[in-house]
Design a protein around this ligand. Structure first.
Ligand SMILES: [Zn+2]
Length: 198
């Protein structure tokens, strides 16, 4: 019984383990291995040495074809994000929630590296450093307090930023007008308990 499972193309020659280069020609052979067709991707040299090559006598395989290896894109596609660094920073700066100050700072640094923001000023207010970033295209300014991040906090803040990118920031607080428009039903545990007792 042949198991028609999917065998993806290897990224390296399965004989000499040398990685395939982009656009490199490679050979695929199917070998009958314990009644299963096993795929082997080989470089030109190994194909010639192990399986006879194109001119030699074919040996030890049931099928052969040639392909051209195409390198996968360098980075895996990013997960679909609700926010971009910029839209998120705008929201966080508007909210001015101290809980998000560190995240705002990280986003500003990210955008500065991408040259989407420029530091225009570094000010001091009440012993605290404040960065003033300008968005060169729109001229918008972002005032970001230095969160005095410790290296040990960095990972946590980066996680928070990733979460915010995916889900967006939560409303400032329950007292904000945004909470009134919330469609979430509020279940009161007491009422439920009484009904159960009836
Ligand atoms: Zn090889």
């Amino acid at each position: 019984m042949i198991d028609w499972n999917i065998q993806s193309r290897a990224h390296a020659c399965q004989a000499c383990e040398q990685r395939f280069a982009d656009k490199q020609a490679y050979h695929t052979v199917l070998v009958d291995h314990r009644h299963e067709y096993q795929r082997l991707d080989l470089c030109e040299k190994c194909w010639t040495e192990k399986h006879g090559g194109a001119t030699g006598e074919p040996k030890g395989f049931v099928s052969h074809w040639q392909g051209v290896y195409l390198a996968p894109p360098l980075a895996p596609p990013e997960p679909i994000q609700k926010e971009t660094a910029e839209t998120l920073l705008r929201k966080l700066v508007e909210q001015d929630d101290p809980h998000y100050h560190a995240a705002s700072y990280i986003l500003a640094v990210m955008l500065e590296r991408k040259r989407l923001l420029k530091v225009k000023e570094q000010l001091r207010r009440e012993g605290r450093r404040i960065f003033v970033y300008e968005h060169p295209k729109t001229g918008d300014l972002f005032t970001i307090p230095d969160p005095d991040l410790q290296l040990t906090q960095l990972e946590e803040v980066q996680r928070q930023v990733a979460q915010l990118m995916e889900h967006g920031p939560s409303p400032v607080s329950a007292a904000s007008p945004a909470a009134e428009t919330s469609a979430e039903p509020i279940i009161e545990p007491q009422a439920t308990a009484q009904r159960a007792a009836d």
